[in-house]
Design a binder for this molecule. Sequence first.
Ligand code: KIV
Length: 271
Amino acid sequence: MSVHKEIRKVTTHTLQEMKYSGQKISMLTAYDYSMARILDASGIEVLLVGDSASNVMAGHETTLPITLDQMIYHASSVIRAVKRALVVVDLPFGSYQGNTKAALSSAIRIMKQAEAHAVKLEGGAEVVESVKRILSAGIPVMGHLGLTPQSIYKFGTYEVRAKEEAEAKKLKQDALLLQEAGCFALVLEKVPAQLAGEVARSLQIPVIGIGAGNQVDGQVLVTHDMLGITFEFKPRFLRRYLDLHTSITEAIQQYISDIKSGDFPNTHEQY
Ligand code: KIV
């Protein structure tokens, strides 16, 4: 008799239950099938197909150039790999701002063509009508406040946000607005830990931090950063769990050297 172990899929409700019961939520970015398979099988709860693919996968300086079609390509690859995690996909720059109809149609394309589970978008009051319109189609939305990289040319730097009272006040208002609009969770990026903790405690929905301290309900990192594949990027909040840049470089150098010396392939590695 074969025993099938049923996989309990992570849903937006799971995350809500985790917040109520005080269990921390783990989230990482994924952009391709092979990595997503490893992350999902490792037990990560949420996979974010982030528009950071623009930097990490395509080598752009900012997240602005990535297109909706490209996000759908990455998201489809991730979805094909995932058995358990909740897959959230970033709406890219230009696909939702200032036009609720366009926002809905972008979100629908992501849900329909990539078969994603939820979308994420950046901003507060400025995008709340888009959030509501997307939600009206039954699509779960994750918010994103603090450092919002799609607005880099407005901010001018990637420095910590909301250190001043006025910006902190707006952030708290925006967080509440997004919760009231119906967002199922919120990402807070690069804001003071105390402010992030205050927001997390004041909201009913889970708050996932990146560079926002440990008083929030969960953490997200860019996978390529925490595995040390990228190496120039060294913000204080980043913990590197591996130095894959060095390991991969050494492996490739060994491979080259084995080819040059005639050691690869050996007699066991041929037909
Ligand atoms: O695109 C991304 O990777 C993100 C995370 C940094 C939260 O939005």
